[in-house]
Design a protein around this ligand. Structure first.
Ligand SMILES: C[S@@+](CC[C@H](N)C(=O)[O-])C[C@H]1O[C@@H](n2cnc3c(N)ncnc32)[C@H](O)[C@@H]1O
Length: 250
């Protein structure tokens, strides 16, 4: 009998969402790739030399934050997590990712003291195992454009559900559809970007703020955009939102 062969990405379906195994195994799940990508020159090249600006702006948006628990939703390559921990001083940080290899790689980057302040949890962002209103600050760095539409909608709703009254959400991501940016105008660079990032085009066509507002309303919450910082002529954007709970009269 002929032996059935499976595509390589099936090997990475170890409790990870199928879109992640299928489209990003080579970037986030394969251990040699994790080693390779987690080098500053590689990260810089992927982000068109904008990494330091993105990092600096993201950290600066987290300086003024409400008192309470801080969540970083998913791991990222580079020095974001160590830098955030150092900014948090003696406070602890919760870090969630669906890939064990990513959580381990992040832990390996930290000093012993930082390891004690980092709570690592394996979870799918589409279904967070936290109670409603658990966090005062949530940071999400380049996650949403990597999710298919339906998964992104679930992750957005879950994020708002676990955020408490007066909390702050910082999203570092691609900006809105960059029609006038040279990277978009040149067909080759547009093709490469959207080939490597198969869900980016959908993300570009989504209005993040109105989507967040609609989802917040369903949870009896209100969200407002309080800061935006365009980077690389708006190709990337750091956005800060504030969330409040709608008080109902007794
Ligand atoms: C934040 S994104 C990419 C960040 C950016 N490209 C970088 O590293 O600088 C990649 C991470 O998201 C995680 N991830 C993707 N989908 C997820 C999901 N549904 N739930 C939790 N983690 C997820 C991946 O395992 C990976 O560690």
């Amino acid at each position: 009998m002929k032996k059935r062969t499976f595509p390589i990405w099936h090997r990475f379906l170890d409790g990870t969402p199928s879109y992640l195994a299928r489209h990003y195994w080579w970037a986030y799940l394969w251990r040699p790739a994790i080693w390779f990508f987690d080098h500053q020159p590689v990260i810089n090249a992927i982000l068109f030399n904008q990494y330091n600006r993105l990092l600096k702006q993201t950290l600066s948006c987290l300086e003024q934050r409400p008192k309470g628990r801080v969540l970083q939703l998913t791991c990222v390559y580079g020095k974001l997590t160590p830098s955030l921990l150092s900014q948090l001083g003696s406070e602890s940080l919760t870090l969630v990712d669906v890939a064990t290899a990513q959580l381990e790689a992040t832990r390996d980057k930290l000093s012993t003291e930082d390891k004690h302040r980092l709570k690592l949890l394996r979870m799918n962002a589409e279904q967070l195992m936290f109670a409603d209103n658990s966090f005062a600050t949530v940071l999400i760095f380049f996650l949403f454009h990597e999710m298919p539409h339906a998964a992104r909608q679930r992750a957005l709703s879950e994020t708002l559900r676990i955020m408490q009254d007066g909390s702050r959400l910082v999203i570092t991501e691609y900006g809105p559809l960059p029609k006038n940016h040279w990277l978009y105008r040149i067909s080759l660079t547009r093709w490469i970007t959207t080939y490597l990032e198969p869900f980016l085009d959908d993300f570009w066509h989504e209005d993040l703020l109105s989507n967040l507002k609609q989802k917040a309303q369903q949870l009896n919450k209100e969200i407002k955009l309080v800061e935006t910082h365009d980077i690389f002529s708006g190709f990337y954007r750091v956005s800060v939102f504030e969330l409040s709970t709608i008080k109902t009269k007794a």
